[in-house]
Design a protein around this ligand. Structure first.
Ligand SMILES: [Zn+2]
Length: 379
């Protein structure tokens, strides 16, 4: 049992019926190739900047060129030659003729590099940095569109600087500042065609987009939604359920608030769940709510939750496999079960009790008769 990772003290409840197989590497207990593959695979380390290349705005050509320069170290700069051949050679930067030709020098410290970085920093009003991830973080707080454009600018500058070095090294071409800047500008502009995201409607952002003549410009407009709350029917008890976890998975808890037809708070239940996912906590809230609801002897129950995926899981019967039996037992008492999805803004009292429940240890149940102090009152 221990070898199979089964806790004898904490076995699922037996509720009779036919035996069936459970694949416990999947949350729903169903075997899938995806879950078995995930179990076999050892997690590999992901280079921090690799995630940035998945952004749609970056053309594959541009990301591959950058990748070859930084990750594959394919350029014949002094540091790369020493790394690959362990022989030291003396080189000189062809662009400024002042320093040795290392990758860091060409893409960041060289005179030409300094000038192009200052140019782009002036347009975006952002501070670039030699490390791509740090540089990208400088755009924090800007719209997704500016972040994308800033990322493209960073990649374009590094790759173009390397191409410039190659031209002066192999073709003896003199550095022409305007031509070089124009090429970087054109690459940023070309990649902007791939953009599909939103900008903030500010003058500052509009100036940047105007400068690069970006054609795609869309703003996110927020439209207010009317929300309402209705008390349960005369023969029902309403349970307002919510689950919360600090991280997903993380220290989790479920909170349930019981109300009668006159909207009065009958009681509040907080359950500590230990290390669980958010969905698990949401589902647990409904199940424990339904179990405790028995004490008022009403055969109809109205379940209000702010998680749509949780309500759908109940309606389709796609619950986490550990909880299926518990739910079958809990629901057998009721004749009518009604589900209502509502926004968190309406379900605030359950939200507050779930946050309180997160602080409890695993399997600790706290029940408050009436309205406890931590539940705000709006009546
Ligand atoms: Zn130089």
């Amino acid at each position: 049992m221990i070898r199979c990772n089964i806790d004898v003290e904490n076995l699922p409840v037996i509720a009779g019926g036919e035996d069936y197989k459970i694949w416990d590497l999947d949350t729903k207990g169903v075997f899938s190739v995806k879950s078995s593959k995930a179990a076999l695979k050892t997690p590999t380390e992901v280079v921090p900047c690799a995630n940035l290349f998945t952004r749609q705005v970056v053309h594959p050509t541009l990301s591959v060129q950058y990748w070859k320069i930084w990750a594959k170290q394919c350029c014949a700069s002094e540091d790369n030659i020493i790394k690959k051949t362990s022989k030291s050679i003396h080189t000189m930067c062809r662009l400024c003729r002042k320093s040795c030709e290392t990758l860091s020098h060409i893409t960041w410290h060289c005179k030409v590099a300094r000038r192009i970085w200052a140019w782009v920093a002036g347009i975006f009003k952002l501070q670039p940095s030699e490390d791509l991830v740090d540089s990208y973080k400088a755009a924090k707080g800007r719209s997704r569109m500016i972040k994308d454009l800033w990322l493209v600018a960073n990649l374009a500058i590094v790759t173009e600087l390397w191409k410039l070095r190659n031209k002066s090294y192999f073709d003896n071409m003199a550095v022409q500042w305007l031509g070089f800047k124009g090429r970087v500008y054109q690459i940023i502009r070309d990649n902007s065609i791939r953009m599909k995201v939103h900008m903030y409607n500010t003058l500052e952002e509009l100036c940047i987009l105007n400068y690069f003549k970006v054609r795609h410009r869309s703003c996110k407009r927020s439209t207010p939604i009317e929300i309402s709350w209705t008390p349960p029917n005369q023969d029902e008890i309403m349970i307002c359920c919510d689950g919360a976890s600090f991280g997903n998975p993380g220290q989790a808890g479920s909170g349930v608030l019981f109300r009668d037809a006159s909207s009065e708070v009958l009681g509040v239940l907080c359950v500590g769940l230990g290390w669980k996912t958010n969905l698990y906590a949401e589902v647990c809230a409904i199940i424990y709510g339904a179990i405790v609801d028995n004490r008022w002897n009403m055969r109809s129950i109205c379940i209000r939750s702010d998680s749509k995926s949780c309500i759908q899981a109940f309606q389709k019967g796609d619950l986490p496999w550990q909880l299926v039996q518990k739910w079958n037992i809990a629901k057998s008492y009721y004749i009518n079960v009604r589900y209502i999805h509502s926004y968190r803004e309406v379900n605030f009292s359950a939200d507050a009790s779930a946050k309180q429940a997160c602080l409890l240890a695993e399997d600790i149940f706290e029940f408050y008769e009436g309205r406890p102090g931590f539940i705000p009152s709006v009546e």
